[in-house]
Design a protein around this ligand. Structure first.
Ligand SMILES: [Zn+2]
Length: 420
């Protein structure tokens, strides 16, 4: 191994060993005694394979780059709350500097940026440019009540707005994600699963969006990110650190690691839930661990007028699912009304009526005098990991490796570096 190590790219061998240790830690706790040795040998073998791989010369990126890590692992997040009105203000405990047009400007502890005529302007510095990158000597830029690590890249957007894109290492980004996608006081093993799923999703976006201006939004269009993790999110940050670099893969490619709040009994095939074709780990599984969720079973009463307004019809009188998935989720819905029938997908129906009220497409509906009574189960699209189920499994003593194996059966947990 020493000979192999000599030929490694600087730092790579150690990183691979670290990855093997993190992988081992995912399975450390709840391994039955009889399985401990074979599993330990498997993990050791993975570590050896990973270490041997690093002796290979650096490979060129393949044509279909979804089989390897995004270069540099810097993620770019479009920040929705900054610059929409045409101005953006930042402050720092250190000194803010701007990079623009090949020059560097020292701006002190505060800066105001304005969009004007398709350019950005910082009046105090006499700076006008088509794009500006801000950073701070202490590494943190404050905007409103949030703080952002890394760099903030600004450019003019449509309608006089400023588009702000936060750029920082993906692991640091995840510090500000995990505790917002899953309550940060949930068990650590569940938070670790969330960290792996969120990292996997982010990396898949970084690959897919490489030629675009940014990789992810900072809200539910991608996954929620609110900058530097606030107080109370220490366990979420620990979960990111303990799973650093680990992603879900299948056949050597990064998996679309979907997740949702509550499956209501059985997770859905990603193809049925979201459309498209997905590998076997996303085919759906029986859950049985999310009964603590308040969304496990739900009801909603929606007035006829509201249904009419949401669907652009008049006189709705009957709603029925005309096709259901194998788990009973509505794939298509027909709404009878005075003027005829409206046909819509189950997901489209849910979106039109409001995803917080029609919490999943696993619903039945009855018409009453003033409206419709829905009874349903679960919250979210149902594909991939059931978050409440992950919590239930963690509370039952299962570790992150076991939880991920449950919700993504047949998937591998791998260090992204090992995919090179
Ligand atoms: Zn579940």
């Amino acid at each position: 191994m020493a000979e192999v190590g000599k030929r490694c790219v600087t730092g790579r061998s150690g990183r691979m060993r670290d990855a093997a240790a993190r992988l081992a830690a995912l399975f450390r706790k709840a391994v039955p005694a009889g399985l401990g040795l074979p599993l330990a040998l498997t993990i050791l073998l993975c570590g050896v394979i990973a270490a041997v791989q690093c002796s290979k010369p650096a490979a060129r990126a393949p044509e279909h780059a979804d089989r390897r890590c995004p270069d540099g692992r810097i993620i770019r997040i479009a920040i929705s709350g900054i610059g929409s009105g045409g101005t953006a203000e930042f402050a720092s405990g250190g000194r803010i500097s701007a990079q623009a047009a090949g020059r560097s400007f020292d701006l002190g502890g505060k800066v105001a940026v304005e969009a004007s005529g398709g350019l950005l302007r910082i009046s105090e510095a006499g700076l006008e440019a088509g794009s500006i990158a801000l950073s701070s000597s202490d590494g943190i830029l404050r905007a409103g009540d949030r703080s952002y690590a890394g760099e903030m890249a600004l450019r003019p957007g449509d309608g006089g707005a400023i588009i702000a894109v936060n750029r920082l290492p993906i692991e640091r980004y995840l510090h500000g994600v995990v505790g917002f996608e899953m309550p940060p006081d949930w068990p650590l093993e569940a938070l670790k699963c969330q960290a792996v799923a969120a990292r996997t999703y982010a990396m898949s976006r970084m690959i897919r969006m490489a030629s675009e201006q940014f990789d992810v939004y900072d809200d539910t269009r991608s996954q929620v990110y609110r900058g530097v993790a606030p107080a109370g999110h220490e366990a979420a940050v620990r979960a990111v650190r303990e799973t650093a670099g680990l992603v879900l893969t299948h056949g050597g490619a990064i998996l679309s690691a979907f997740f949702h709040s509550t499956c209501g009994g059985r997770t859905e095939s990603a193809g049925e839930a979201l459309g498209g074709e997905y590998p076997p780990p996303l085919a759906g599984v029986a859950c049985g661990f999310c009964t603590d969720s308040k969304h496990f079973a739900w009801t909603a009463l929606i007035a006829r007028d509201e249904v009419d307004a949401a669907l652009g019809i008049a006189g709705s009188c009957e709603i029925a699912a005309t096709a259901r998935s194998g788990t009973g989720r509505a794939l298509s819905v027909v709404v009878k009304h005075k003027g005829g029938e409206k046909r819509i997908t189950g997901a489209g129906f849910r979106a039109a009526l409001g995803t917080a009220r029609i919490r999943s497409t696993a619903f039945r509906v009855e018409a009453g005098p003033g409206g419709f009574a829905f009874t349903g189960s679960g919250f979210g699209h149902g594909a991939g990991m059931c978050q409440w189920g992950a919590r239930g499994m963690a509370l039952a003593g299962m570790n992150c490796g076991e939880i991920l194996a449950k919700y993504y059966p047949g998937a591998d947990v791998a260090d992204c570096s090992s995919l090179d």
